[in-house]
Design a binder for this molecule. Structure first.
Ligand SMILES: [Fe+2]
Length: 261
């Protein structure tokens, strides 16, 4: 099957397109340019996911206002909604357990969860369980870029088995994040433990809002149909608060090998 080129109806659930709220877009002009770039790549819905971590405070109401302002500047495409790049710290966990809707993608039960690059405690699985008990489905962001997880990708398979949604950065598949991240991303794909590709876009030069190249790279590994599920069917289901249409059981990692750093 040949290259299908730019597809329409792609949904990007992870991006830093709101201006001056975190390390993403630095201005309204850049935010508008990012939206145009996404639309040209076939992205019809973009979720703005500002950071919530030690450095960046997350004010849902204020951020929602920015989403609406940006939408009015760009017109209808892409449609925008608000989520959060939620860093899993003790404090953040207490916050979300007290107020499960605050960090979600729109009005859904899905929420992005980013783990620390410096420490991934054994209790992380319990955190996912606690979130699940509060009705939140965690979407684990870019495990392929986490040096600790790369040492033991088996854990990611277990979380997928536990019901976590696994999101790769699209550009990890095309080598932007280096060889180790690329190999980890491919390994997870080969083990049926990837459910969504997202851009995690920050600007218009390097970390850009483009998914078509990642979809093509994924298609070479897992076929066109799965690749489309990762950028269309699954993320569309997420923003609509539905069950993911593509959620296979991960393959047992008999061929497990460490992707050393
Ligand atoms: Fe991010």
């Amino acid at each position: 099957m040949g290259n299908r080129g730019v597809l329409l109806n792609v949904v990007d659930i992870h991006s830093h397109i709101l201006p001056e709220v975190d390390d993403g877009s630095k201005s309204w002009e850049i935010s508008v340019a990012m939206c145009r770039m996404a639309a040209n790549d076939g992205i019809t819905h973009q979720v703005a996911t500002p950071h919530a971590n030690d450095r960046y405070h997350y004010d849902r109401l204020y951020l929602q206002g920015l989403v609406e302002q940006l939408q009015s500047l760009i017109g209808s495409a892409p449609a925008l909604s608000l989520g959060c790049d939620f860093h899993l710290s003790y404090e953040n966990l207490q916050n979300v357990l007290a107020n499960p809707a605050r960090y979600a993608i729109g009005n859904t039960h899905y929420m992005l969860v980013e783990l620390s690059n410096y420490s991934v405690p054994p209790k992380t699985s319990d955190c996912f369980t606690q979130l699940g008990d509060r009705g939140i489905t965690a979407i684990l962001t870019h495990p392929e870029r986490n040096p600790i997880l790369r040492e033991n990708l088996q854990r990611v398979l277990e979380w997928a088995e536990q019901g976590c949604v696994i999101q790769l950065t699209g550009s990890a598949l095309t080598g932007f994040w280096g060889d180790r991240a690329r190999r980890a991303a491919l390994w997870l794909l080969e083990h049926d433990a990837v459910h969504v590709l997202a851009t995690d876009a920050h600007e218009t030069e390097k970390r850009i809002p483009i998914l078509s190249t990642a979809r093509e790279a994924a298609a070479k590994v897992c076929g066109e149909d799965v690749a489309e599920a990762l950028v269309m069917g699954n993320p569309r289901a997420i923003i609509n608060n539905q069950k993911l249409p593509y959620f296979p059981r991960p393959k047992i990692a008999r061929d497990y090998r460490k992707i050393s750093n």
